[in-house]
Design a protein around this ligand. Structure first.
Ligand SMILES: Cc1cc2nc3c(=O)[nH]c(=O)nc-3n(C[C@H](O)[C@H](O)[C@H](O)COP(=O)(O)O)c2cc1C
Length: 219
């Protein structure tokens, strides 16, 4: 929870602020997937970066069924325990990195399903996209996903990690061995996630701030 010395819209006079929570989401769920290898590297870099409290979330473990809530998620009137649990998880986050594969020139079904379950929980949170695939490095999936993310008022970053022919970067233990371009991109993405997540806090906590221009927009 942020503590402000003065009205924050008057200037960034923040006197004490908790470290942002960064959730790294592994989007792919199939047996034999590459997703955990990419996410393990990103996770290491996020911990080393030091700007976040970091959580690693695997959609294969979350194991959401195909979307099965009767009411629109905007209402947050959830029927199923799996949705309540998912809502509590995502509510904790200030920022995300989605580790996404490219399937058929688009994003995979599991990430879209997990996103569709919720609404307000995603709002005004920045997302860095770490995509991977073949020749396109997952960038078609990333671009396609941005359209979904902005509908939920998420803020997808320009800074991204894009890994072409991802298999070439896996060693015999299936650990990802990044090149310099990937390392530089990961650092840039993490830096921008800190800046953006702190800036967006003002929009995520309108009740605390009480600013008339944003009051009620986060309910
Ligand atoms: C169903 C399916 C569709 C795919 N389509 C594409 C594609 O359109 N473009 C691409 O670059 N790679 C494509 N691939 C290759 C994947 O990007 C690659 O296998 C990657 O490792 C998948 O991520 P995962 O191992 O975490 O599931 C596809 C793979 C699968 C399983």
């Amino acid at each position: 929870m942020a503590r402000y010395e003065t009205a924050p819209w008057a200037g960034p006079k923040v006197c004490a602020m908790t470290t942002p929570v960064l959730q790294i989401l592994i989007a792919s769920t199939r047996p034999g997937r590459v997703g955990p290898s990419v996410a393990a590297w990103i996770h290491e870099r996020a911990l080393a970066h030091g700007g976040f409290t970091v959580e690693l979330i695997d959609l294969a473990e979350v194991n959401l069924p195909m979307y099965d809530e009767p009411k629109h998620p905007r209402l947050q009137d959830y029927t199923h325990q799996h949705t309540k649990d998912w809502s509590a998880t995502i509510s904790r986050a200030d920022a995300f990195i989605f580790v996404i594969p490219e399937y058929n020139y688009g994003f995979n079904a599991a990430i879209k399903n997990a996103i569709d379950y919720l609404n307000h929980e995603w709002k005004y949170k920045p997302v860095g996209l770490a995509s991977y695939g073949g020749v396109g490095a997952g960038t078609r999936a990333a671009q396609m996903l941005k359209q979904v993310l902005t509908t939920l008022r998420m803020v997808p970053l320009f800074e991204a990690v894009s890994i072409p022919f991802v298999q070439q970067f896996l060693d015999a233990d299936r650990r990802l061995q990044p090149n310099e371009i990937m390392e530089t991109a990961a650092t840039a993405m993490l830096d921008e996630l800190v800046r953006t997540s702190v800036a967006l806090r003002a929009l995520r906590e309108p009740a605390e701030r009480g600013h008339p221009a944003v009051a009620g927009t986060n309910s």
